[in-house]
Design a binder for this molecule. Structure first.
Ligand code: NAD
Length: 262
Protein backbone atom coordinates (compact mmCIF):
# COMPACT_ATOMS: atom_id res chain seq x y z
CA UNK A 1 0.00 0.00 0.00
CA UNK A 2 1.32 3.49 -0.79
CA UNK A 3 0.88 6.33 1.64
CA UNK A 4 -0.44 9.67 0.43
CA UNK A 5 1.83 12.66 1.16
CA UNK A 6 0.48 14.87 3.92
CA UNK A 7 0.50 18.55 4.75
CA UNK A 8 2.20 17.85 8.08
CA UNK A 9 5.29 19.97 8.76
CA UNK A 10 6.03 18.31 12.05
CA UNK A 11 9.75 18.38 12.86
CA UNK A 12 10.47 20.93 10.14
CA UNK A 13 11.91 24.43 10.38
CA UNK A 14 10.33 27.17 8.26
CA UNK A 15 11.73 30.67 7.75
CA UNK A 16 9.16 33.39 6.93
CA UNK A 17 10.40 36.84 5.93
CA UNK A 18 8.12 39.77 6.66
CA UNK A 19 6.69 37.38 9.25
CA UNK A 20 5.43 40.18 11.50
CA UNK A 21 3.42 41.77 8.68
CA UNK A 22 -0.27 41.17 8.02
CA UNK A 23 0.13 38.38 5.45
CA UNK A 24 3.44 37.07 6.85
CA UNK A 25 1.90 36.44 10.29
CA UNK A 26 -0.89 34.37 8.78
CA UNK A 27 1.49 32.41 6.53
CA UNK A 28 3.71 31.77 9.58
CA UNK A 29 0.71 30.63 11.60
CA UNK A 30 -0.44 28.29 8.82
CA UNK A 31 2.98 26.62 8.84
CA UNK A 32 3.06 26.52 12.64
CA UNK A 33 -0.41 24.96 12.67
CA UNK A 34 0.92 22.25 10.33
CA UNK A 35 3.60 21.54 12.96
CA UNK A 36 6.61 23.60 11.85
CA UNK A 37 8.98 25.56 14.06
CA UNK A 38 8.89 29.02 12.47
CA UNK A 39 11.71 31.55 12.25
CA UNK A 40 9.94 34.92 12.08
CA UNK A 41 12.06 37.49 10.24
CA UNK A 42 11.09 41.15 10.13
CA UNK A 43 12.53 44.62 10.62
CA UNK A 44 11.76 45.12 14.28
CA UNK A 45 12.90 42.85 17.15
CA UNK A 46 9.81 43.50 19.28
CA UNK A 47 7.39 42.94 16.39
CA UNK A 48 9.14 39.65 15.55
CA UNK A 49 8.97 38.50 19.17
CA UNK A 50 5.29 39.42 19.37
CA UNK A 51 4.53 37.57 16.11
CA UNK A 52 6.52 34.48 17.15
CA UNK A 53 4.67 34.40 20.51
CA UNK A 54 1.30 34.64 18.77
CA UNK A 55 1.82 31.54 16.60
CA UNK A 56 0.24 28.16 17.20
CA UNK A 57 2.57 25.89 19.23
CA UNK A 58 5.86 26.88 20.83
CA UNK A 59 9.59 27.16 20.10
CA UNK A 60 9.25 29.71 17.32
CA UNK A 61 12.27 31.97 16.81
CA UNK A 62 12.14 35.75 16.21
CA UNK A 63 14.94 37.32 14.16
CA UNK A 64 14.93 41.10 13.76
CA UNK A 65 16.78 41.94 10.55
CA UNK A 66 16.76 44.52 7.76
CA UNK A 67 16.89 42.52 4.53
CA UNK A 68 18.12 45.60 2.65
CA UNK A 69 21.42 45.43 4.55
CA UNK A 70 24.15 42.79 4.19
CA UNK A 71 24.33 42.52 8.01
CA UNK A 72 20.60 41.85 8.16
CA UNK A 73 20.81 39.08 5.58
CA UNK A 74 23.77 37.58 7.48
CA UNK A 75 21.87 37.77 10.78
CA UNK A 76 19.08 35.64 9.31
CA UNK A 77 21.47 33.12 7.77
CA UNK A 78 23.51 32.87 11.00
CA UNK A 79 20.39 32.41 13.14
CA UNK A 80 19.11 29.64 10.87
CA UNK A 81 22.53 27.95 10.81
CA UNK A 82 22.52 28.07 14.64
CA UNK A 83 19.25 26.10 14.53
CA UNK A 84 20.97 23.65 12.16
CA UNK A 85 18.00 23.18 9.84
CA UNK A 86 16.00 24.90 7.14
CA UNK A 87 13.28 22.88 5.44
CA UNK A 88 11.06 25.72 4.20
CA UNK A 89 11.86 29.29 3.16
CA UNK A 90 8.97 31.67 2.49
CA UNK A 91 10.15 34.88 0.79
CA UNK A 92 7.27 37.18 1.71
CA UNK A 93 8.82 40.53 2.77
CA UNK A 94 8.37 43.22 0.13
CA UNK A 95 7.63 46.82 -0.59
CA UNK A 96 4.01 46.70 -1.74
CA UNK A 97 1.88 49.26 -3.56
CA UNK A 98 1.14 50.99 -0.25
CA UNK A 99 4.73 51.26 1.04
CA UNK A 100 5.70 54.88 1.73
CA UNK A 101 9.08 54.82 -0.05
CA UNK A 102 9.61 58.25 -1.70
CA UNK A 103 9.41 58.02 -5.51
CA UNK A 104 7.80 54.55 -5.45
CA UNK A 105 3.99 54.30 -5.25
CA UNK A 106 3.46 57.60 -7.10
CA UNK A 107 2.32 58.39 -10.66
CA UNK A 108 4.61 56.81 -13.29
CA UNK A 109 6.31 60.07 -14.35
CA UNK A 110 7.34 60.70 -10.71
CA UNK A 111 8.77 57.23 -10.00
CA UNK A 112 12.52 57.41 -9.34
CA UNK A 113 15.46 55.17 -10.20
CA UNK A 114 16.42 55.04 -6.50
CA UNK A 115 12.99 53.76 -5.45
CA UNK A 116 13.02 51.24 -8.31
CA UNK A 117 16.43 49.91 -7.20
CA UNK A 118 15.37 49.74 -3.55
CA UNK A 119 12.20 47.78 -4.36
CA UNK A 120 14.17 45.31 -6.45
CA UNK A 121 16.69 44.95 -3.61
CA UNK A 122 14.00 43.92 -1.10
CA UNK A 123 11.49 42.15 -3.36
CA UNK A 124 13.92 40.26 -5.61
CA UNK A 125 17.57 40.42 -4.52
CA UNK A 126 16.88 39.48 -0.88
CA UNK A 127 14.93 36.31 -1.86
CA UNK A 128 17.79 35.39 -4.23
CA UNK A 129 20.41 35.99 -1.56
CA UNK A 130 18.56 34.13 1.23
CA UNK A 131 17.81 31.17 -1.05
CA UNK A 132 21.43 30.97 -2.21
CA UNK A 133 22.82 31.19 1.32
CA UNK A 134 20.32 28.75 2.83
CA UNK A 135 20.58 26.29 -0.09
CA UNK A 136 23.00 23.96 1.71
CA UNK A 137 20.52 23.51 4.59
CA UNK A 138 17.54 23.27 2.20
CA UNK A 139 19.37 20.57 0.20
CA UNK A 140 20.25 18.67 3.38
CA UNK A 141 16.60 18.74 4.53
CA UNK A 142 15.38 15.95 2.29
CA UNK A 143 12.13 17.99 1.98
CA UNK A 144 13.49 21.43 1.03
CA UNK A 145 10.80 23.80 -0.25
CA UNK A 146 11.09 27.47 -1.17
CA UNK A 147 7.83 29.41 -1.48
CA UNK A 148 8.09 32.84 -3.06
CA UNK A 149 5.32 35.41 -2.81
CA UNK A 150 4.66 37.01 -6.19
CA UNK A 151 1.50 38.97 -7.09
CA UNK A 152 -1.09 39.23 -9.82
CA UNK A 153 0.97 42.28 -10.85
CA UNK A 154 3.89 39.95 -11.55
CA UNK A 155 1.64 38.15 -14.06
CA UNK A 156 -0.42 40.90 -15.72
CA UNK A 157 -0.18 44.65 -16.14
CA UNK A 158 -2.13 47.01 -13.89
CA UNK A 159 -5.53 48.43 -14.76
CA UNK A 160 -4.82 51.99 -13.63
CA UNK A 161 -8.52 52.90 -13.87
CA UNK A 162 -8.93 51.05 -10.56
CA UNK A 163 -6.97 53.73 -8.76
CA UNK A 164 -8.69 56.84 -10.12
CA UNK A 165 -9.53 59.22 -7.31
CA UNK A 166 -7.70 57.16 -4.66
CA UNK A 167 -4.37 57.71 -2.85
CA UNK A 168 -3.16 54.27 -3.93
CA UNK A 169 -0.47 53.53 -6.51
CA UNK A 170 0.84 50.64 -8.58
CA UNK A 171 4.57 51.13 -9.09
CA UNK A 172 6.58 49.81 -12.06
CA UNK A 173 9.18 48.44 -9.63
CA UNK A 174 6.51 46.30 -7.94
CA UNK A 175 5.49 44.75 -11.27
CA UNK A 176 9.12 44.20 -12.32
CA UNK A 177 10.08 42.65 -8.99
CA UNK A 178 7.03 40.38 -8.81
CA UNK A 179 7.46 39.28 -12.43
CA UNK A 180 11.12 38.79 -11.63
CA UNK A 181 10.38 36.58 -8.65
CA UNK A 182 8.09 34.43 -10.81
CA UNK A 183 10.98 33.86 -13.24
CA UNK A 184 13.51 33.45 -10.38
CA UNK A 185 11.18 30.70 -9.13
CA UNK A 186 11.41 28.83 -12.45
CA UNK A 187 15.19 29.33 -12.57
CA UNK A 188 15.74 28.07 -9.02
CA UNK A 189 13.37 25.13 -9.51
CA UNK A 190 15.59 23.58 -12.16
CA UNK A 191 18.91 24.60 -10.64
CA UNK A 192 18.09 23.33 -7.13
CA UNK A 193 16.31 20.16 -8.32
CA UNK A 194 15.94 17.45 -7.34
CA UNK A 195 16.74 18.15 -3.69
CA UNK A 196 14.80 21.40 -3.31
CA UNK A 197 11.44 22.39 -4.78
CA UNK A 198 10.81 26.05 -5.58
CA UNK A 199 7.33 27.46 -6.21
CA UNK A 200 5.53 30.75 -5.86
CA UNK A 201 2.00 31.92 -5.32
CA UNK A 202 0.56 35.13 -6.71
CA UNK A 203 -2.02 36.73 -4.43
CA UNK A 204 -4.77 38.97 -5.69
CA UNK A 205 -5.59 42.15 -3.79
CA UNK A 206 -6.21 41.69 -0.06
CA UNK A 207 -9.01 43.70 1.56
CA UNK A 208 -7.43 46.21 3.96
CA UNK A 209 -9.95 49.02 4.20
CA UNK A 210 -9.14 50.48 0.76
CA UNK A 211 -11.32 53.29 -0.65
CA UNK A 212 -14.89 52.12 -1.39
CA UNK A 213 -14.57 53.13 -5.07
CA UNK A 214 -11.47 50.95 -5.45
CA UNK A 215 -13.05 47.94 -3.72
CA UNK A 216 -16.21 48.21 -5.81
CA UNK A 217 -14.24 48.36 -9.08
CA UNK A 218 -11.90 45.55 -7.95
CA UNK A 219 -14.77 43.25 -7.00
CA UNK A 220 -16.51 43.84 -10.32
CA UNK A 221 -13.34 42.67 -12.13
CA UNK A 222 -12.91 39.54 -9.97
CA UNK A 223 -14.82 36.41 -11.05
CA UNK A 224 -15.30 35.32 -7.43
CA UNK A 225 -16.68 38.79 -6.67
CA UNK A 226 -14.58 39.75 -3.63
CA UNK A 227 -11.12 40.81 -2.56
CA UNK A 228 -8.89 38.30 -0.76
CA UNK A 229 -8.32 37.90 2.97
CA UNK A 230 -5.06 36.84 4.60
CA UNK A 231 -6.69 33.50 5.49
CA UNK A 232 -7.19 32.76 1.77
CA UNK A 233 -3.44 32.02 1.56
CA UNK A 234 -3.14 29.50 4.42
CA UNK A 235 -3.93 26.59 2.13
CA UNK A 236 -1.51 27.42 -0.67
CA UNK A 237 1.48 28.06 1.59
CA UNK A 238 0.89 24.85 3.55
CA UNK A 239 0.45 22.83 0.35
CA UNK A 240 3.55 24.25 -1.35
CA UNK A 241 5.71 23.95 1.80
CA UNK A 242 4.73 20.35 2.51
CA UNK A 243 5.04 16.93 0.88
CA UNK A 244 1.44 17.26 -0.34
CA UNK A 245 3.01 19.07 -3.33
CA UNK A 246 6.03 16.74 -3.59
CA UNK A 247 5.83 16.53 -7.42
CA UNK A 248 5.28 20.26 -7.98
CA UNK A 249 8.16 22.62 -8.72
CA UNK A 250 8.74 25.75 -10.78
CA UNK A 251 5.07 26.82 -10.63
CA UNK A 252 3.42 30.14 -9.86
CA UNK A 253 -0.04 29.49 -8.41
CA UNK A 254 -2.43 32.42 -8.80
CA UNK A 255 -4.64 32.72 -5.72
CA UNK A 256 -6.66 35.65 -6.91
CA UNK A 257 -10.36 34.87 -7.11
CA UNK A 258 -9.92 34.45 -10.88
CA UNK A 259 -8.50 37.96 -11.52
CA UNK A 260 -5.95 36.61 -14.05
CA UNK A 261 -8.39 34.11 -15.60
CA UNK A 262 -10.24 36.55 -17.89
N1 NAD B 1 -1.51 43.05 0.26
C1 NAD B 1 -1.85 42.63 -0.97
O1 NAD B 1 -2.94 42.94 -1.50
C2 NAD B 1 -0.91 41.77 -1.76
C3 NAD B 1 -1.28 41.36 -3.04
C4 NAD B 1 -0.41 40.59 -3.78
C5 NAD B 1 0.81 40.23 -3.24
N2 NAD B 1 1.15 40.63 -1.99
C6 NAD B 1 2.46 40.24 -1.48
O2 NAD B 1 2.31 39.60 -0.23
C7 NAD B 1 3.46 39.86 0.59
C8 NAD B 1 3.03 40.43 1.94
O3 NAD B 1 2.21 41.55 1.70
P1 NAD B 1 1.66 42.46 2.89
O4 NAD B 1 0.52 43.22 2.29
O5 NAD B 1 1.47 41.70 4.14
O6 NAD B 1 2.90 43.49 3.00
P2 NAD B 1 3.24 44.52 4.15
O7 NAD B 1 4.00 45.66 3.51
O8 NAD B 1 2.01 44.89 4.92
O9 NAD B 1 4.20 43.67 5.07
C9 NAD B 1 5.49 43.33 4.63
C10 NAD B 1 6.35 42.99 5.83
O10 NAD B 1 7.70 43.03 5.38
C11 NAD B 1 8.47 43.72 6.34
N3 NAD B 1 9.61 44.39 5.74
C12 NAD B 1 9.59 45.53 5.00
N4 NAD B 1 10.85 45.89 4.72
C13 NAD B 1 11.67 44.97 5.28
C14 NAD B 1 13.08 44.85 5.35
N5 NAD B 1 13.89 45.74 4.77
N6 NAD B 1 13.59 43.80 6.03
C15 NAD B 1 12.78 42.89 6.64
N7 NAD B 1 11.44 42.98 6.60
C16 NAD B 1 10.89 44.01 5.94
C17 NAD B 1 7.53 44.76 6.93
O11 NAD B 1 7.99 45.23 8.20
C18 NAD B 1 6.22 44.02 6.97
O12 NAD B 1 6.05 43.36 8.22
C19 NAD B 1 4.36 40.80 -0.23
O13 NAD B 1 5.33 40.04 -0.92
C20 NAD B 1 3.38 41.40 -1.22
O14 NAD B 1 4.01 41.86 -2.39
C21 NAD B 1 0.33 41.39 -1.24
Amino acid sequence: MTTAPTTSLSGRTAVVTGGAGPLGRVLADALATAGARVVVVDLDDAACADAADSLTGSGHVPVGANLLEPEGLSRVVDAVHDLGACDVLVNNAAFTGTSGVPGYAVPFDEQTDDAFAMALALNLTAPFSLTRRLAPLLRASGHGSVVNVSSIYGLVGPNMGLYEGTRMGNPAAYAASKGGIAQLTRYLSTVLAPEVRVNAFAPGGIARGQDDAFVERYERLTPLGRMGTEDDFRGVVTWLASDASAYVTGQVVAVDGGWTAW
